[in-house]
Ligand binder design. Structure first.
Ligand SMILES: [Zn+2]
Length: 262
């Protein structure tokens, strides 16, 4: 059987010095462009950044100087970690630390590592007149969020169905299954494993607190009153949404590819 082992790695993270020797010791060439795979050296936020920097390239999740679920290493601070759901635990187990990384690097080099594909979200921001302004791709979630403290008022359609004519609150979130253990879970306390879901963020009227799992995109969110911003994962670029502006959210053509380590 032909081996499809990788040889070129890119590294993304705040301080990559710790990871480079481990990669070089396993014969990987560290590159800045066209890597075979990308090491995300940090936490969940680093992974989102790595996916934007190298969309679609397989990602390996490695944590520095932290307690490690994979090998049981104890960090300086955390004695134990709390996981609200099994999904949170499973996600944490996909991170390796520098101690338990070598066997995974050998698998990647020798073509024995398996890759999981995760769907991503594509969001297009339109002006009131229907002019396309900006496009984003997200791994975790896309939100329309109020720009200032006062509640934003907005409408939501799923396909041709108007599901909320006049909602108000802090906005709406459309999340992927992968993202459902992230910010989406902080807002809804829910996790899901299939399709996409939309939830309203801190709605001013309880009856607006809808949560639609397994929804079929496209989802359209239209700003009716007050200003909003479009937030895609932890992207620092958050364009403003004025009255009448709208966002169409659908499934992205490309998928994220994550290297399984557990
Ligand atoms: Zn470890």
């Amino acid at each position: 059987m032909k081996k499809t082992g990788y040889s070129k790695a890119a590294v993304v993270g705040r301080d990559c010095r710790g990871i480079r020797p481990a990669l070089e010791a396993h014969g990987f060439e560290i590159v800045g462009k066209k890597p075979d795979f990308v090491v995300s050296f940090g936490g969940d936020g680093t992974l989102l950044y790595a996916e934007r920097a190298f969309p679609g390239a397989p990602k390996l999740r490695v944590r520095a100087n932290r307690s490690c679920i994979s090998c049981g290493a104890k960090g300086k601070k955390a004695q134990w970690q709390y996981f609200p759901t099994i999904a949170h635990y499973d996600r944490a187990r996909q991170f390796r630390c520098l101690n338990c990384l070598p066997p995974v690097l050998e698998k990647i080099r020798d073509g024995r590592a398996s890759i999981v594909e995760e769907p991503k979200i594509h969001a297009i921001l339109f002006t009131q007149t229907g002019r396309k302004r900006k496009e984003f791709t997200a791994l975790n979630e896309v939100q329309v969020h109020n720009e200032h403290v006062s509640a934003i008022r907005f409408a939501v359609s799923v396909g041709s169905r108007l599901v909320a004519e006049h909602a108000s609150g802090d906005g709406a979130i459309v999340a992927t299954p992968f993202g459902s253990t992230g910010y989406f879970n902080a807002v809804t306390r829910r996790v899901f494993s299939k399709g996409f879901a939309i939830a309203f963020n801190n709605p001013t009227r309880p009856r607006h607190a809808i949560y639609l799992p397994n929804l079929r995109p496209p989802v359209k969110i239209t700003v009716l009153e007050r200003d909003g911003v479009l937030v895609a994962d932890n992207d620092a670029e958050n364009p403003s949404l004025r009255h009448g502006d709208y966002v169409i959210v659908s499934e992205a053509k490309e998928k994220a590819r994550l290297i399984r380590t557990a």
